[in-house]
Design a protein around this ligand. Structure first.
Ligand code: 1CP
Length: 360
């Protein structure tokens, strides 16, 4: 029952890809590979394009978003593009005063510290996302057979930035608020889940082939707190995305956090098709923890890209071998590309993974 106008002018995403097949546990021609933070600081062509434009301005410029998203696909031959954006963008578009400070990360002008602050947070409206629809449609048309991954920040990870006011190690203020104001906490995470769902739905309707929900900092929580105070909100985002029984396109859902070894089965049960794993837990052990109903994504240590070729190759082979224990495997790093990474090492890993996994 949605109006036809939005759908008819979106280009058709690729009908089939190794990324979507691996994510859904179907046979692949070769293991698909992409890298978290593949677009960005490791590429000289990125630094050249971004010069003079603030990060959050660049994210709202469809020409820049399209070009920066395409750069790593052209250079490395990865099996998926990931939209150039940031997890704080839906908040910024809704009117929250946030800046991304170079070398620091997102900084919030007026952190959320009281119940009144929670209730004053502006909502995101789909009609504020015209730039995003334009960028995704253009990308899907340009990418041809290569799938585009859309993404959003999960409610918990966004809450950490809003409450701390910026990047943090301990997330102590966030936890203190979660324990002291349980009802306001639920309202805050509900608001953030609605805006994440709007942001993802917009990308899927415009042609994204898969989505990733980044709950980067969920690993700071115990399984008990995660299950009771966070998981239902992430599930609201992921469940809102697709009713496959109603014949929607299969748009697999990837769900990722750092340091989530103890949370892996819960991360899966929040509504994922693919559980992202950092480098701490080997993929065969991760497959045992999540069970047979999930594919895995990961999990080369990003620092290994800084090592010598023999070490790099041995680690890539190990990840590929351990990944065979999973229902399906999407090769990736265990977290984002480090800024000092040699782009040549990334291209080499793509070639090696393809060589090791091609069906004869
Ligand atoms: O000026 C610059 O180049 C700023 C660096 C930068 C870039 C390139 C930031 C600031 N964000 C991004 C892009 C970005 N952010 C992408 C692009 C697509 C790709 O992967 O190539 C994505 C997916 C993100 C998502 C993101 N932003 C996450 C989740 C992924 C993760 O790393 O865990 C998080 C936590 C952020 C917050 C953020 N934005 C930028 C920084 C430096 C940070 C982290 C700060 C911190 O340590 O808390």
């Amino acid at each position: 029952g949605t109006p036809a106008t939005a759908d008819t002018s979106s280009p058709t995403p690729p009908a089939d890809s190794d990324l979507v097949r691996a994510a859904l546990g179907r046979p692949v021609d070769r293991t698909p590979v992409w890298f978290m933070r593949q677009a960005g600081r490791s590429l000289p062509e990125y630094r050249a394009l971004r010069a003079g434009t603030a990060m959050l301005q660049a994210c709202q410029d469809p020409d820049l978003v399209t070009e920066i998203t395409l750069q790593p696909v052209r250079r490395h031959g990865v099996d998926a593009a990931i939209l150039f954006s940031d997890i704080v963008l839906p908040l910024v578009v809704a009117g929250v005063d946030i800046e991304i400070k170079p070398g620091v990360g997102p900084v919030v002008a007026e952190p959320v510290r009281t119940v009144a602050d929670v209730d004053a947070l502006p909502d995101l409206h789909p009609d504020q996302l015209g730039f995003l629809v334009t960028a995704v449609r253009r990308l899907v048309a340009e990418l041809g057979p290569t799938p585009l991954i859309g993404f959003a920040g999960a409610p918990f990870t966004l809450a950490t930035y809003l409450i701390e006011g910026g990047p943090s190690k301990e997330h102590a203020r966030t936890k203190a608020f979660m324990y002291a104001e349980p009802e306001a906490w639920q309202r805050l995470l509900t608001k953030l889940s609605v805006s994440a769902a709007v942001f993802l739905r917009t990308q899927v309707d415009a042609g994204a082939s898969a989505v990733q929900l980044f709950d980067s900092w969920a690993g700071v929580l115990s399984a008990t707190d995660y299950a009771a105070r966070v998981l239902p909100h992430s599930r609201a985002v992921l469940d809102g995305l697709g009713d496959r029984a109603a014949g929607e396109r299969d748009v697999p859902r990837i769900h990722f956090g750092v340091g989530t070894g103890e949370l892996l089965p819960l991360i899966g049960s929040a509504g994922a098709d693919v559980v992202g794993v950092d480098w701490r837990v080997p993929l065969d052990e991760a497959a045992r923890r999540v069970g047979p109903g999930y594919s895995l994504q990961g999990n080369l240590d990003p620092a290994v890209l800084l090592a010598d070729r023999d070490t790099l190759d041995a680690e890539v082979r190990r990840v590929v071998e351990q990944g065979r224990a999973a229902r399906g495997h999407v090769f990736n790093l265990g977290h984002g590309v480090l800024p000092d990474t040699d782009p040549g090492a990334i291209t080499h890993v793509v070639e090696l993974v393809h060589e090791l996994t091609s069906r004869a």
